[in-house]
Design a protein around this ligand. Structure first.
Ligand SMILES: Nc1ncnc2c1ncn2[C@@H]1O[C@H](COP(=O)(O)OP(=O)(O)OP(=O)(O)O)[C@@H](O)[C@H]1O
Ligand SMILES: [Mg+2]
Length: 316
């Protein structure tokens, strides 16, 4: 496959132009693929990938971080909690109407293990797909006992049955309904993708106060461990301003890695692939691999009210 970045070797790019500098930088960054893999957590780390804003890169972040971690040797499960099923599609998972899905787990009480499929991506990457049935699930879930804990109960049973995973990522729909609340009750970590294209912090306060409410009721261990800046366009001043602003407010949580706006990233899902497999050496892929590496190196945060060991050991 031809990489636009490889044009660094052609005379079309001036040696000292900003583009040339960016490209040689990318060549160096690609070495992350040959370096040692980051350590694996000893207990599963469960993330919910949330932002009630639509189209900020939740699904793209979920599938690409998951794919990158699987490439590093981790066993990873993606739970697609969005009726749109975009995460399932990007992972090459069949999710038409008759295929068992996360709906069967939440509404019918089926075991999580009965709906999981292996992704077509490299490594030990699995997905519990969603389908359009999930669109009506929130209404049905309202009359079920422990409606806020349906996913958590299913995950606990799943781990108790001896299923071993290093990471679980739950891709949420862009709303704060019962599906997202189920994700919040199930996870210890929230990964928030922030699009560097509008005044991002405004939308964030609602999400943060929801997490605070969840902390007081459903899940005291949930915390925002990771913020990822996505769709960064280095040519615009707004992108730099948004990035600086978010870093100032959340110095601990924001990853150093930043995901640029890149055509390859947006093309990959139409081939039922993540960009990490679709065009591994492209700038979008390398950026997601860097972000995944950083998440793995940082390890699980220490939650309020838990010992370090419990927190590192995740949700079991
Ligand atoms: N870094 C990027 N560069 C270019 N396009 C991107 C990038 N990240 C995401 N996109 C594109 O932006 C659109 C929205 O991304 P995505 O579906 O991941 O957002 P989302 O937050 O999951 O959306 P929703 O709220 O609808 O679930 C998609 O078409 C995706 O391919
Ligand atoms: Mg999505």
């Amino acid at each position: 496959m031809k990489h636009p970045e490889e044009s660094i070797d052609t005379p079309a790019v001036e040696i000292d132009s900003p583009l040339a500098r960016e490209l040689s930088d990318l060549t160096a960054r690609r070495r992350i693929l040959d370096g040692p893999a980051p350590p694996l957590p000893s207990r599963p780390r469960v993330f919910t990938v949330s932002n009630q804003k639509g189209g900020v890169g939740k699904t793209t972040t979920t599938v690409n971080i998951a794919a990158a971690l699987a490439r590093f040797g981790a066993r990873v499960l993606v739970i697609d909690l969005d009726p749109q099923g975009n995460a399932s599609t990007a992972l090459g998972i069949d999710h038409h109407g008759d295929i068992p899905s996360i709906y069967d787990v939440l509404v019918e009480g089926k075991p999580l293990s009965s709906v999981i499929q292996k992704s077509t991506e490299e490594g030990e990457l699995y997905c519990a797909p969603s389908n359009l049935d999930l669109a009506g699930a929130e209404i049905q879930m309202f009359s079920i006992d422990r409606r806020e804990y349906l996913l958590r109960d299913a995950l606990e049973r799943f781990f108790a049955e001896g299923n071993q995973y290093h990471y679980v990522f739950i891709d949420c729909p862009p709303s704060l309904g019962l599906l997202t609340i189920n994700a919040f009750s199930s996870a210890r970590e929230v990964l928030i993708p922030i699009q560097c294209e509008y005044y991002a912090l405004e939308g964030l306060s609602q999400l943060l106060s929801t997490i605070e409410m969840i902390n007081q009721g459903l899940n005291p261990y949930l915390q925002v461990s990771t913020i990822l800046l996505t769709m960064f366009d280095s040519r615009t001043r707004l992108a730099h301003e948004v990035a600086a602003d978010v870093r100032q407010h959340f110095p601990q949580q924001v990853l150093n890695a930043v995901i640029p706006r890149a055509v390859r990233v947006s093309e990959a899902p139409s081939y039922s692939q993540t960009v990490v497999s679709y065009d591994t050496l492209s700038v979008g892929s390398i950026s997601y691999i860097e972000a995944a590496h950083e998440i793995a190196m940082r390890g699980a945060p220490v939650s309020a009210g838990t010992t370090t060991q419990e927190a590192t050991h995740g949700n079991e």
